[in-house]
Design a protein. Sequence first.
Lengths: 261, 265, 337
Amino acid sequence: MFYVKIFFQYMSQYIKTRLQYRTDIFVEFFSDLLSQAINLIFILVVFGHTQFLNGWNRDEIIFIYGFFLVPFAVFSAFFNIWDFNERYIVKGELDRILTRPIHSLFQIILERMELEALLGAITGLAVMLYAGLHLHINVEWYDPLLFIFFVIGGVLIYGGIFIMLACISFWADARTSLMPMMYNISNYGRYPVNIYNHIIRFVLTWILPFAFVGVYPAAFFLEKQEWFWYSFLTPVMGIIFFTISVILWNQGIKRYRGAGN
Amino acid sequence: MKLDKYLEMIRIRFLMMLAYRTNYYTGILIYSINIGAYYFLWSAIYGSKEQIQGLSVTQMTTYVAISWMARAFYFNNLDREMAMEIKEGRVAVELIRPYNYLGMKTMQGLGEGIFRLIFFSVPGFILVYLLFPIQLSWKPDIWALFAVSILLSFFINTELNLLTGITTFFLYNNTGLIRAKRVVIDLFSGLLLPMSFFPGWAQEVMRYLPFQGISYIPSMIFTEGFTHHQAFEAIGQQFLWVILLFIPIRLIWSIAKKQIVIQGG
Amino acid sequence: MNAIEVKNLRKEFKAYSSRSGLAGAFRDLFTRNYKIIPAVNDINFTVKQGEMVGYIGENGAGKSTTIKMLTGILTPTSGEITVNGMNPHKEREKFVQTIGVVFGQRSQLWWDIAVQESFRLLKKVYKVSDEQYNNHMDHVIKTLDIEPLLDKPVRKLSLGQRMRCELAAALIHNPPLLFLDEPTIGLDVLVKLKIRDFLKEINEKYNTTILLTTHDLSDIEALCERVIMLDEGKVIYDGALKKLKETMDDGKEVQFQFLQNVDLTQVTALTAGMPVKWELNEKEQLFTAYIEDQDELISQLISKVVSAYKIKDIKINETSTEELIRNIYEKGAVEVG
């Protein structure tokens, strides 16, 4: 309960801060929209030259992309930790975090939230709606419920992987640019995994399971029965990855050596 | 004599990059995975087709590979660095130093680029060459044209970065703009897909923009998608952009410098 | 009850060294040289509830490292720490509820929002009730004189203003133990005095234990009865500041200014047979006699000089704390009987 209360406290604080720089919110939202548009353009241009991608048609691919945008938006809003090493380790901000009576990771998530990223979820829903209408997808009563579970699963997978990457800073004192590069890899989950060879498919399923953020759960709504088993694994993978990342984080905090002297 | 300090800046950058060693072990791997994913995506797109827009699937793979490896050379974060220096007021200190700030930034970027070219692009390309069906040309004239072309890519991209960086003087927070610029460049430079794949009208518009000089032109030269004549013309175009972009930079920079005096650094 | 108990505390760091030049940097790509350095080397001390203790030492002596271990930020390599009856890094979240921390060079407050908004958020973070908050903070805000600053964003405050707000922020949950790491760094004298008075007051009012590190020894003199002195990770002195002065005091200095022309040989001859060393500051014609700290001797010296020459001014000085500390570091250790 306490954590929920604190969450809303930080949120109201955040909104107050952001309202001071109103134009930024618009510029940022616009740039997010732009990058989403560019990904759509890519899909559209590619399908200007082909009809099917290993058995998936254009609207299905667009639907997967729309689905991917939703967990990705939630992830971007709450796991804005790509500069963890610079901000918290090198500049020593972690010292301050550690003198407060709230779990350190939770505090960082709260401090760094970027709620405007949530607008991306709306874009995602709109894209899904557009593709869904073209595909004549039936919506059952349980679909919205499963959708929420799948989204949460996807967010936890994303969050887990990036927390683990942040944890590297506790062990290695060299700066890494792994995080921005990982964003590139995460994009592969947006395409049907059966276009990749088995090694990459394996990586995207079990090692860096980004496929669970896009194609696997989306396949359920597209009624691709051969992927159902993976669809339902999404929340499970989410819980496993997130739990591991938190354990790793707690170990890392013990190793933290503090900035300077 | 005058060049000395700029050369020193290249060297210092080079040393700084060496210090952050973890980047390279993982970076090469990740770029390779990136190229790999595009390879599979393109293979799926080609399906059983022999050619799309005059490029075979092997040429396409080569195009993707060289585009990414060239990106390691021309890409830099000068816009973000400048934004940071301006916001934290460090730029005032830079301005009292006896050198041209923008020139120094460009040299930093070049130092970084050369570093990545040697330690990142070359080993990375060798790795990718072993993993995927890539068609490599051994004609010296192709390599020479390519070398000139990516150097010009670097300057076009860096000039765009400097322009974006300078806007920090006028906008309090330009992270959004910087991000938007990056996405636009990735698409319109031809990094993600060759210009020839776009619909005709879009190609026509792009012809009048500097972006294709960043990635499309050098990559097409390398994959021999261009004839000699086309290549010369394209390089001429790149060169023109390098000069044209110089004008707004000078203009905005001189306005921006007055802005510093007002803000008090 | 002891607020802090530290037994055989030790913290080691790996210190990497980079080779020089381009070739060296290449070799660093693969293997790097490092040494294990004990930043804190088997230290022991206890602090009682309500004490104000100065924790001093040169840069790199291990002060900050100790503070960070005491506040639960760093995990010790070995040894035991009990602060407020808890192990700081093991029960961190429960433990930090009982301490307040001010890092002079790092802000606790949110940069972009008004000070009172930061206070409000911290109030929730530390689960302070409205009643407790009002009782306690009204007083704090008044004493520190930060009322007019509350609605300003932190980025618009001066250093002195910000520091007072930081101090108030650290006290929102009225902790029984307060850590202050360089709280007066870069502040002007008036703000320093205000902060010192305030610290004295909360110490008296709430029996708050205060551990203070600082470079400014006047802070310590004004606030702390006891000092713990650190050098190269080891405690070299732990005890009363007064006692340290007494033991270390080699003597007093008596300064004379004369109305007539006097030279150094004359005064030396005058006091021949006495354990006195003379020094002359030529520019100001200031004669200083260094003498053992014995009342008898000092009056003898003064009476001899006064009867021989006409005097403009006399001053008797104790050796300053700063000079004292410098002496200690030069000698490396303190022996206290």
